[in-house]
Design a protein around this ligand. Structure first.
Ligand SMILES: [Zn+2]
Ligand SMILES: [Zn+2]
Length: 304
């Protein structure tokens, strides 16, 4: 397990905001954050409140000295920067460590650069510490559908997708697909692959199409794990159609069409109780048996 080239762990499962009542805690209360490890490299997707626990885990793992991960050099990607995917960032302990180098590799959305967005989030009106006052080092890189990030045993490289066949000796790679269904700038769906052909696709904050999103089904074809938005019940969707989120049915349609091995329903509505999420899982399994509701600290390993 320790030698897996591809590992993923879910740190945040909620959409919008953390649940405010006590009957919605079993699957987790934190907003979106996913960790993906390629060998020693640690990749983070989104900085919802889940990133706070991730930071605690990284600190603990680093202190324990047992793992040989590269804790001082992290890679951060954003699906988009709505507040539920950003609100944990100022509380991510690794940014307060002088050794930390954080490489933010993310597409520009809505004409705001990610640098501008983080500077605004951590400006005096919202937070007492600014980015420039942090001891850690930030590097920003543009990402897009026509680029891929390759990870090697040591180091990484961002390459044009057209040149991906020339890349050698890689252990993991990341590609993305733009989805336009989420207001107002859309989102990016990410695919994480290892050399053996295992893959995890992360499709949060997407609204489905009748019969399943064909482009997404192609992007996620034969994936080992598809993590898909399923914020609404069928009844709620009547009210919230067009808000940029899916029902479990929409997620199941994509999973079936893409022939994925496992479907994980995520971005749970903060109002959904433990019981409602459990019922949703039961219903979803009638359509796609290999379905689970996302829970915090759920992990996926793929042998090297
Ligand atoms: Zn969201
Ligand atoms: Zn959103």
């Amino acid at each position: 397990m320790e030698n897996s080239a591809l590992k993923a762990k879910i740190y945040g499962v909620r959409g919008s905001y953390p649940p405010t009542r006590g009957d919605a805690t079993k699957y987790g209360v934190n907003t979106t954050c996913l960790r993906v490890d390629f060998g020693k490299h640690i990749v983070i997707v989104d900085a919802g409140t889940g990133i706070i626990n991730l930071g605690n885990d990284l600190m603990e793992e680093k202190r324990s000295g047992k793992k040989n991960q590269e804790f001082d050099k992290l890679y951060l990607f954003f699906t988009h920067t709505h507040i539920d995917h950003l609100m944990g960032f100022p509380y991510f302990n690794m940014i307060y460590m002088p050794q930390t180098e954080i490489n933010i590799i993310t597409p520009t959305q809505l004409n705001y650069s990610i640098e501008e967005i983080l500077d605004t989030l951590m400006s005096p009106a919202f937070f007492p510490v600014t980015i420039s006052e942090l001891p850690s080092q930030f590097n920003y890189f543009e990402f897009a559908e026509n680029r891929m990030v390759y990870f090697f045993k040591d180091g990484y490289e961002i390459v044009p997708a057209t040149e991906s066949s020339k890349v050698e000796n890689w252990i993991g790679r990341i590609s993305c697909m733009r989805n336009y269904t989420h207001p107002k700038g859309g989102v990016f769906i990410y695919k994480f692959e290892d050399r053996k052909g295992h893959s995890i696709v992360f499709a949060t904050d997407v609204e489905g199409f009748v019969g399943g999103d064909n482009r997404l089904a192609k992007f996620a074809e034969n994936a080992n794990v598809l993590i898909h938005d399923a914020q609404y019940s069928l009844k709620e969707y009547d009210i919230f159609q067009g808000f940029g989120h899916s029902t479990f049915e929409m997620a199941c349609e994509v999973a079936k069409k893409a022939k994925v091995k496992k479907l994980i329903l995520s971005h749970h509505d903060p109002k959904h109780t433990d019981q409602e999420l459990q019922d949703l899982e039961t219903e979803a399994r009638k359509i796609f048996p290999e379905t689970s509701v996302a829970a915090e600290f759920m992990e996926f390993f793929f042998p090297e």
